[in-house]
Design a protein around this ligand. Structure first.
Ligand code: F6R
Ligand code: MG
Ligand code: MG
Length: 369
């Protein structure tokens, strides 16, 4: 069957500060999701979270950007916002930028990644949810999974992967996108996606299967491109096996906790730490940035899972490296490159300071004779 997998997420209030989602909010979302499955709107649904972001993972036959599916997600986020307000959660409703729903969630605040595909006889899918970072954070691991033969053995020895993959890259500044085919255009791809604050991998396609392989959440970013963008805690969906990368190939790059933007006040760089669901509670300096991986076997739209893929012991060392890296980066305090560059700061006192110190700056060369 042809099925659409929609992952829609929003921060509708943090428990405590920006560290988690209150259990009552999770429960409300779960009970509404169960109702939506009973009513036939959804084939299946799973409610999850990472840090302060609540995620709805849904299958249905209504395709992407569907008014009813998006409207359902909007209603859930309204309901969790009301609970957040009643319990005094921090930043209640913070990702709901509009008062009223009008057709779909584009530009409304919540992030979403959606893909439609014909189910293969067995359909393993991984849903990644990340907090305290930005969609460009997936550029490094996804270019390794789908274009680096040292990461994915299948690129070398699986005839269904050997032709490579095509990447759709979004340019946030110019508000345009391009498709690049690897391995032929790999170096071109890396020139762009190595700058993840400006260029974001949006979708990846298998050249052999002529089918979608991965999709990340970038809608809000593309909408507001041209001014400040980039600090939306992102989600990513990846199909695995049988001509797509193996589950273990998709997880492999996360064994290296690469540096990402979005830590404390959206204004610091730190390591992306893979954790179990239980440990997805960014607390130290509001971090370090976290990522969880939910594995599902999708059958007739049924989400069999999730398996908590980063709970595995083989990611223990990645967590240790992440914690060592966090120590190292924190010692830089307010200095770049731990602190983000001036044009990437989500918080800044610079304009005020410049105003305050007006008249105290001496032009260089003024005292020279
Ligand atoms: C939230 C985040 C946090 C906040 C920080 C300050 O995603 O990254 O680090 O930016 O806790 O929050 P305020 O300014 O609301 O006190
Ligand atoms: Mg938050
Ligand atoms: Mg968040």
């Amino acid at each position: 069957m042809e099925v659409t997998l929609s992952v829609i997420k929003a921060d509708t209030g943090g428990y405590v500060g920006h560290t988690e989602v209150h259990p009552e909010m999770m429960e409300a979302a779960r009970s509404r999701a169960a109702d939506a499955v009973d009513s036939g709107l959804l084939r299946d649904a799973h409610v999850s979270r990472v840090g302060d972001d609540l995620a709805l993972i849904m299958t249905h036959e209504r395709s992407e950007e569907d008014e009813q599916v998006h409207g359902f997600a909007w209603d859930v986020f309204q309901a969790t916002t009301e609970i957040a307000q009643r319990l005094g959660m921090y930043g209640a409703g913070q990702d709901l930028l509009s008062d009223a729903f009008s057709g779909n969630l584009r530009g409304m605040g919540p992030g979403y990644a959606e893909m439609t595909f014909r189910e293969r006889p067995s359909e393993p899918v991984i849903v990644f949810l990340a907090d305290k970072t930005e969609p460009g954070a997936f550029n490094y691991p996804m270019s390794r999974v789908f274009a680096d033969p040292y990461t994915s053995a299948g690129l070398v020895i699986d005839s269904k992967m050997h032709a490579g993959f095509e990447f759709e890259v979004l340019d946030l500044k110019m508000d345009q996108s391009v498709r690049l085919s690897t391995p032929e255009e790999l170096y071109d791809l890396l020139m762009f996606v190595g700058a993840p604050h400006r260029f974001v991998i949006r979708r990846i396609f298998s050249k052999t299967l002529e089918d979608i392989a991965a999709v990340s959440s970038t809608q809000r970013l593309s909408l507001i491109a041209g001014r400040y963008v980039g600090k939306d805690d992102p989600v990513l969906v990846v199909r695995c096996q049988s001509g797509m990368p193996a589950v273990g190939e998709v997880l492999e790059p996360f064994a290296f906790p690469h540096l990402v933007g979005g830590w404390m006040r959206g204004s610091h760089f730190g390591p992306l730490m893979p954790t179990s669901f239980e440990d997805a509670t960014p607390s130290r300096f509001d971090g370090p940035p976290r990522i969880v991986a939910l594995g599902f076997q999708v059958k007739d739209g049924q989400l069999n899972g999730p398996r908590d893929l980063f709970a595995d012991k083989s990611f223990d060392r990645a967590r240790e490296i992440a914690l060592d890296t966090a120590d190292y980066m924190r010692r830089m305090g307010p200095f770049e490159p731990h602190r983000a560059g001036l044009d990437e700061l989500e918080y800044t006192t610079m304009p005020d300071l410049m105003k305050q110190l007006q008249g105290r700056w001496t032009p260089e060369g003024a005292g020279d004779q």
